[in-house]
Design a protein around this ligand. Structure first.
Ligand code: DAH
Length: 367
């Protein structure tokens, strides 16, 4: 049989030859690399089939569509065959590994580790929930505060002895920023020693009736030990309305203690002193460790103080932009760290500020 002489017939024959040859070699290809090599050789940029398609110009115009279609069909068929052969080889390789390495495809995946809230934040969240039910909204203030907000507007002018109650970390002591400095506002900047300055901010930002909960981090210049940290968390509450009384305050904190520590919780309200409240009170619950007779945890008194409170001082109302003849309010503040220690019987406050997972993972359950 003589070779066809017309270019179209020659091209069709060449396409068929390349396809048959490629399919035979594919079937025999031992691995993915061999398949890839073949793909390159036949279908690549300078592959046999690609070169053939370029030669289409030499085919008479009338035969070009037939010849072109044949070459394209061959390309599509070969690409499909390559994909199929690759899948076959992968499957065979896996089967081989299952047999030789004991790879078990039905083994469950590794579990995803889910984190959880830090115990301090769980307590804070519980406080938010309890007070939310009492109608409080959350209002937050800055941790870097002015001496003015933290002390002066809370009825503690410079040199007021009550300032000694709060060992303060100064960013810039009042009077320390020189006149003409580009940042005069930094003068008298401190790390807030309590959340009470947020009371002023809330009164200035909101209109009575005000019912806000103000959680946040505070800082003091403390010698750190099992019971004291230089950073800690507080939650402050403030209620301002036209006829708010000490009885409202007492009722509120008692209800709170029951919601937080259980229905049978014993409570005690006793006089205290804070410059920003008048009268001021301390609020105690029956010792959670000994339940009454007295133990080391409660200083052998049977009681544990959980918050400070009082009726907002008229001067503080005025500093918040409110007329004390028209409005009264009560406020309270408590430490979240103390409460967390109590809840979980944790012996040392410092554990709460380590990132030790052996400690923290014990609280994965939330409570
Ligand atoms: N700010 C006080 C402290 O850090 C706690 C406190 C006491 C807050 C009485 C109050 C309050 O709102 O009325 O020790």
């Amino acid at each position: 049989m003589s070779a066809p002489t017309d270019p179209a017939a020659a091209m069709l024959a060449e396409v068929a030859r390349i396809q048959a040859d490629a399919l035979a070699r594919l079937a025999a290809a031992p691995d993915a690399a061999a398949v890839e090599g073949l793909r390159h050789e036949v279908l690549g940029r300078s592959g046999a089939l690609t070169a053939l398609l370029r030669g289409l110009a030499a085919v008479p115009a009338a035969d070009r569509p037939t010849a072109g279609a044949a070459a394209n069909a061959a390309r599509i068929a070969l690409e499909a065959a390559v994909t199929e052969r690759l899948a076959q080889l992968t499957e065979r390789e896996l089967a081989g590994r299952v047999a030789t390495e004991g790879l078990d495809m039905t083994t469950p995946g590794r579990p995803v580790r889910v984190g959880h809230l830090h115990p301090l934040m769980t307590v804070e969240r519980d406080l938010r929930e309890i007070f939310h039910a009492f109608g409080f909204e959350v209002f937050e203030g800055p941790e870097i505060e002015s001496d003015l907000m933290n002390f002066e507007l809370l009825n503690m002018p410079p040199d007021h002895p009550a300032r000694d109650l709060w060992d303060t970390l100064y960013v810039a002591e009042p009077g320390s920023v020189e006149a003409g400095s580009p940042r005069p506002a930094e003068d008298g900047t401190i790390l807030r020693t309590h959340t009470s300055p947020v009371q002023i901010r809330a009164m200035r930002a909101l209109k009575p009736p005000i019912r806000v909960l103000m959680p946040g981090r505070c800082y003091r210049y403390e010698a750190v030990d099992a019971a004291h940290g230089f950073e800690f968390f507080q939650v402050e509450g403030l209620v301002v309305d036209r006829d708010t009384s000490l009885a409202d305050l007492k009722g509120m904190v008692e209800e709170f203690a029951r919601a937080m520590f259980g229905d049978g919780t014993r409570t005690r309200f006793r006089p205290g002193y804070y410059p920003f409240t008048e009268p001021s009170a301390a609020f105690d619950i029956g010792c959670l460790v000994c339940g009454g007779p007295g133990c080391p945890a409660c200083g052998r008194t049977g009681w544990m103080t959980i918050l400070g409170a009082g009726m907002v001082h008229p001067e503080v109302l005025r500093n918040g932009g409110l007329d004390p003849d028209e409005y009264q309010g009560y406020a309270f503040g408590m430490g979240i760290d103390r409460m967390t220690l109590l809840r979980h019987a944790i012996p040392d406050l410092r554990l709460l500020m380590t990132a030790d997972l052996r400690f923290l993972q014990q609280f994965a359950g939330g409570r």
